[in-house]
Design a protein around this ligand. Structure first.
Ligand SMILES: [Zn+2]
Length: 116
């Protein structure tokens, strides 16, 4: 996706707060951290932010307006009464959210419309 200049500026502004949260570039005993140590810390912060934002965005997707059909046989499925928990292992960590699931009585399988 292409971020707008305004979005880039606002995201960049957030880094001041991130910097304040993770602290300076020294070990507790006062030794300066190496480049590799700094990089590892920044990657950990980035991964946590990516997984958290992804989890929020995936959870806010709206349910499909039309009844989906079974991805296997294309028959009409039955919506399950309760949302199902979904967990995905991404490159940036685990992401979990709740989503409407459907069951195809013919194929005896449960599926999520967003997988189609
Ligand atoms: Zn089916």
């Amino acid at each position: 996706m292409g971020l707008s200049a305004n979005q880039r500026k606002r995201l960049s502004d957030l880094t001041a707060e991130l910097h304040e949260i993770i602290g300076n570039s020294l070990h507790p005993d006062g030794r300066p951290m190496t480049f590799a140590e700094l990089e590892d810390e920044c990657i950990e912060v980035g991964d946590l932010l990516t997984a958290t934002v992804l989890q929020q965005r995936v959870a806010e997707r709206s349910a499909p307006e039309e009844m989906p059909c079974c991805p296997n046989c294309e028959r009409q499925p039955t919506p399950l009464a309760d949302d199902e928990a979904r967990v995905l292992q991404t490159d940036r960590g685990e992401v979990a959210w709740m989503e409407s699931a459907y069951e195809c009585g013919h194929c005896r399988r449960t599926f999520f419309p967003s997988d189609g």
